[in-house]
Design a protein around this ligand. Sequence first.
Ligand SMILES: CC(C)(COP(=O)(O)OP(=O)(O)OC[C@H]1O[C@@H](n2cnc3c(N)ncnc32)[C@H](O)[C@@H]1OP(=O)(O)O)[C@@H](O)C(=O)NCCC(=O)NCCS
Length: 172
Amino acid sequence: MTAPRLTVRAALPGDGAAVFQWRNDPLTRAMSWQPEAVTQANHDIWFTNVLGSPRRHMMIAEMTAPAPVNDKRVGVLRFDSTIEPQDFLPASDNPAALSHQVSINLNPVWRGQGLGQNLLLTGCRAFRGHGHGGWLWAEIRRQNAASIKIFTAAGFACLATDDDVLRFGRAD
Ligand SMILES: CC(C)(COP(=O)(O)OP(=O)(O)OC[C@H]1O[C@@H](n2cnc3c(N)ncnc32)[C@H](O)[C@@H]1OP(=O)(O)O)[C@@H](O)C(=O)NCCC(=O)NCCS
């Protein structure tokens, strides 16, 4: 069988409906820090703000092979860049250094096939390819075994743990 191949591109206004639908999927909500459903109105404001923010980079991963029958959008990644120091990351000598929080959400129809790791690796490579240095990090709920597995496999290390949260980072 041909290994699935993904590409990523910047999210576009036309992706709002899919990102909204994936966000309100039950598993996504259960693994989120805000498990209540998001309203369409709040999503629309948030989505427009994300697309317009120079500190937030949202990407859509698409499957190029094998050719999908329906929606080729496999999922979404977001890199939220911040200058605020994170206490679980080593302090930087550069006061202007940014770190980047990574979030991923797989289109529910593509889950359970190992595509999450491909999505994460492809997205991180593309983000670095755009010249963004600094730590990549993620906050993952302890119960989110699939996410912990794919971040670890993608080179992230667990840097800190709290009750329900594991903080992962990758410095490359
Ligand atoms: C997290 C997410 C991206 C994982 O994507 P996925 O590709 O469907 O993940 P899979 O189901 O293929 O599981 C990935 C790995 O974890 C393992 N895994 C899945 N559930 C597991 C569980 N409950 N216990 C142990 N291992 C588990 C799988 O066996 C697989 O391992 P393998 O690579 O060795 O085969 C996807 O479930 C998702 O979008 N979840 C909702 C949003 C979310 O949680 N985002 C992350 C927040 S940081």
